[in-house]
Ligand binder design. Structure first.
Ligand SMILES: [Zn+2]
Length: 383
């Protein structure tokens, strides 16, 4: 049995957007899972490590809900190695692939897209880049796929499909969505203008017909739908709203205020769309959460829940909440040294991105002295 305790926690952001903050002072981790709160160290047996958080804010490890990995940490689009390791330093412990679109020579036939989805899904399950949990292998939908293809990819471990190509026949697109749902595959749809040369522009009308689960980059990737189409989808559908760092930020703020008004905060998930032509941004989710919390009526803890518990709920994944039995994927956040405020949450409201003191995956400390965020004001000690 491996056990550790994190003590002297300032605040806990739970990842649960309806109950985002708890004042647990300490947390017990047993064999990589969260096992208790407010631990009495004198009576708890077999504790190997005690991590003193010195008042920092504990949050679930962050999700990036919108990425385009290919294999491992290599990005052919920008010819960068180990990009996922840098994102880990930005607090990302899980990533959702919204399609391995950047593979050179990406196939466009049913056999090819199926093979790519299965291969990417299996390779990311076999090896986690720098420990980060990548849900890879999203099936990119192409004309000609049959119902048995959806059954085959689902049984091989694929968990999502994505509408990105022009499906010539609207009826076929509707069938794809039904077959995907029948096989417990989440249906993601590209929203808005053309991002890559082979991606068509979509409209609210074309999106509504296929009844997706997730409206990918509703604020544009990078070009959004019209504001009327966006408002229509917010007010007339229940689907998850994916907001991305590399989209239209003016519309991201518009969407957040609309969602606050109709009390639908659990629908929003946060991603970057990395790697993009705009670049790689390991701190992209920290910047997105901070910008939303500082420039809208969203509370910082709600922004954090959008990048943690909301995403895990939409994709039915175990990590993303600080609760008993959840994987101990955890991040300690602090106000940056010399920053405007005294805690991570106050810093975010003031517009300062928080500093990351520690990143843990399944109870293992993966990042302690972080070279990518500003230094923390408080210091972590491990005994
Ligand atoms: Zn994308």
């Amino acid at each position: 049995m491996t056990r550790s305790v994190i003590k002297n926690i300032g605040k806990v952001v739970t990842g649960s957007i309806r109950n985002p903050i708890e004042n647990w002072e300490s947390l017990l981790i047993t064999d990589g899972k969260i096992d208790g709160f407010n631990v009495d160290l004198k009576t708890t047996q077999d504790v190997q490590h005690v991590i003193d958080a010195s008042g920092m804010t504990l949050i679930p490890g962050l999700y990036d809900s919108h990425t385009h990995p290919v294999f491992g940490g290599y990005s052919p689009r920008l010819k960068i190695m180990d990009w996922i390791e840098s994102y880990l330093r930005g607090g990302i412990t899980s990533m959702i692939s919204t399609g391995e679109l950047h593979l050179p020579g990406r196939p466009h036939d049913p056999q090819g897209v199926k093979a790519l989805a299965i291969l990417a899904s299996k390779s990311y399950r076999n090896e986690r880049p720098s420990g980060v949990k990548v849900q890879g292998g999203t099936l990119i939908l192409e004309t000609g796929l049959k119902e048995k293809d959806f059954e085959e990819v689902a049984s091989a471990g694929v968990r999502a499909v994505k509408f990105i190509e022009a499906i010539n026949d609207g009826e076929e697109a509707i069938r794809f969505s039904k077959w995907a749902k029948k096989n417990n595959l989440k249906v993601i749809i590209h929203c808005g203008g053309t991002s890559l040369p082979d991606v068509p522009t979509s409209t609210a009308q074309s999106i509504i017909e296929v009844e997706p689960d997730i409206l990918a980059h509703l604020n544009g990737g990078p070009t959004p739908l019209s504001i009327n189409d966006i408002d229509y989808l917010i007010h007339n559908t229940p689907w998850a709203i994916d907001l991305i760092r590399f989209g239209n930020f003016k519309l991201a703020l518009h969407i957040i205020e609309a969602v606050i008004k109709i009390d639908a905060l659990e629908r929003v998930i946060l991603g970057t769309d990395s790697p993009t032509a705009s670049g790689m941004e390991p701190l992209g989710i920290l910047h997105l959460m901070t910008s939303l919390a500082s420039l809208s009526n969203l509370k910082p803890e709600q922004a954090i829940c959008m990048a943690t518990g909301n995403t895990s709920k939409v994709y039915t994944l175990p990590a993303g909440r600080v609760e008993i039995g959840a994987p101990a994927d955890l991040v300690l956040l602090d106000t940056p040294l010399g920053g405007l405020a005294n805690s991570a949450l106050e810093s975010m409201k003031a517009g300062d991105i928080p500093a990351i003191g520690m990143v843990m995956i399944d109870g293992d400390v993966r990042v302690l002295r972080n070279s990518l965020t500003p230094p923390t004001q408080r210091k972590i000690t491990i005994s």
